[in-house]
Design a protein around this ligand. Structure first.
Ligand SMILES: Cc1cc2nc3c(=O)[nH]c(=O)nc-3n(C[C@H](O)[C@H](O)[C@H](O)COP(=O)(O)O)c2cc1C
Length: 173
C-alpha cells in the first residue's frame, strides 16, 4: 500500500464510541469535507441533518436495524438527497453525488481522529420514511445515508480489499 494514500486505507467502519461529544467546529469541518465532493454539474443535490439529542439518536437506532450503535454514539449526520436539485431531475445523479459526499465525510472523520460508520438507509423505503418523519424532512428530501460518528472506542487496522482478479486491462478477459 502506498504510504501517500495512508489516509484512505486508515478509514475503517467504527461501531464503538466513547461518550465524549464531537464539538461544533469539528462538525463544520466534516460538513465542509462532505460538500467538497464531486457533483454532476455542481448542483449539490444534498442536505445534511446533524443529530445530537440522545432521544432522537435512540429512535434512529430503532429505525435502523444495523445501526444499534446510535444508541451510544454522540452524533449522527443524515445525508439527504434533494430531488428538486438533482441534475436533469434524475435520481441516479442524486445518489451518485450523495455517495461521494458520504465518502468524503467518512474520510474526513477518520483524518480528524474520529470513528464513523455508514448505516444503510436508501433504498430501504421503510427506513427512509421513518427517518423522514423523525427529522421532519419535506417531500423533496430523501434520507439517503445515516452516519454514526464519535470518538473511536475500537481501532480496526488500515487495509485495502484489493483483489487482482477483479481488474482487467483494455477488455474483460
Ligand atoms: C451502502 C452501505 C451501507 C452500510 N450499512 C451498514 C449498516 O447498516 N451497519 C453497519 O454496521 N455497517 C454498514 N456499512 C458498513 C460496511 O459494513 C463496511 O463499509 C464494510 O464492511 C467494509 O468495512 P470498512 O468500512 O471497515 O472498510 C455500510 C456500508 C455501505 C457502503
Amino acid at each position: 500500500m502506498n504510504v501517500k494514500l495512508a489516509s484512505i486505507f486508515a478509514r475503517r467502519s467504527v461501531r464503538k464510541f466513547t461518550s465524549e461529544p464531537v464539538d461544533d467546529l469539528t462538525v463544520k469541518d466534516l460538513l465542509e469535507a462532505a460538500m467538497a465532493g464531486p457533483s454532476a454539474m455542481a448542483v449539490d443535490p444534498w442536505a445534511f441533518v446533524v443529530v445530537r439529542e440522545r432521544e432522537r439518536l435512540a429512535e434512529m437506532a430503532e429505525i435502523l436495524p444495523y445501526g444499534k450503535m446510535l444508541g451510544h454514539a454522540p452524533l449522527a449526520i443524515v445525508v439527504c438527497g434533494d430531488r428538486n436539485r438533482t441534475h436533469r431531475g434524475l435520481e441516479s445523479y442524486m445518489i451518485q453525488d450523495c455517495s461521494a459526499a458520504v465518502q468524503n465525510l467518512l474520510l474526513a472523520a477518520s483524518m480528524l481522529g474520529l470513528g464513523a460508520c455508514w448505516l444503510g438507509t436508501h433504498p430501504n423505503v421503510e427506513r427512509m420514511e421513518a427517518l423522514g418523519r423523525l427529522l421532519a424532512l419535506p417531500e423533496h428530501l430523501v434520507a439517503f445515508a445515516t452516519l454514526a460518528i464519535g470518538h473511536a472506542a475500537e481501532f480496526p487496522p488500515p487495509r485495502t480489499r484489493y483483489d487482482a482478479t477483479r481488474v482487467y486491462y483494455e477488455q474483460y478477459k
